[in-house]
Design a protein. Structure first.
Length: 176
């Protein structure tokens, strides 16, 4: 499983042409990874196997990792506090995700980040959704599906997206 996550996140970073300082949001249902229905049987062991390759790949590429909490915390996000320096419009909220209210992966992010905090919303540059957790609300305005070579992590469906700037200007406009 960890090797699948490592492959998927590295492939997404490459295909999305992510640059240092950009944001990758990840939503994950460890219940779905183990083959159960979302929200029914979360697993700290699965979350720990998933968080490590996510942290390694994002750290290596100097990308910020935002881990989405579950719906009990309105899909808030666990981030490193340093992100607030780069993106000062982001605002902290007062909550600490735990496995039963926030999700197993968010609880692991709290434990593994150097200086974690939680924010309510973000506009990320790319996203990885493990288990159909609905991460689209945390992407910039124009999301583009990214087809990865890996379609599942464990038993969970895997969806990826990147964003692009809006195309404006009409029929005479030129785009790169």
């Amino acid at each position: 499983m960890a090797s699948q996550v490592k492959w998927a996140v590295e492939e997404l970073i490459h295909l999305a042409k992510m640059r240092a300082g950009q944001i990758l949001v990840v939503g994950c249902s460890t219940s779905e990874v183990r083959g159960s229905t979302i929200g029914t049987s979360g697993s700290q062991e699965i979350a720990q196997a998933i968080i490590r390759p996510l942290l390694e790949a994002t750290y290596h590429n100097q990308i910020y990792l935002a881990v989405q909490c579950c719906e009990h915390l309105n899909r808030a996000l666990v981030v490193e506090r340093a992100l607030l320096q780069t993106y000062p419009f982001l605002e902290e909220v007062a909550v600490r995700p735990i496995a039963a209210a926030g999700g197993a992966l968010a609880a692991q992010a709290i434990e593994h980040y150097a200086d974690p905090t939680v924010i309510e919303t973000i506009q990320a540059h790319a996203a990885l959704d493990i288990g159909e957790t609905l991460i689209g609300m945390h992407l910039k305005a124009v999301a583009v599906p990214v087809r990865l070579s890996i379609r599942q992590i464990g038993n969970a469906r895997l969806t990826a997206a990147r964003t692009r700037p809006k195309l404006i200007g009409g029929h005479r406009a030129c785009y790169d």
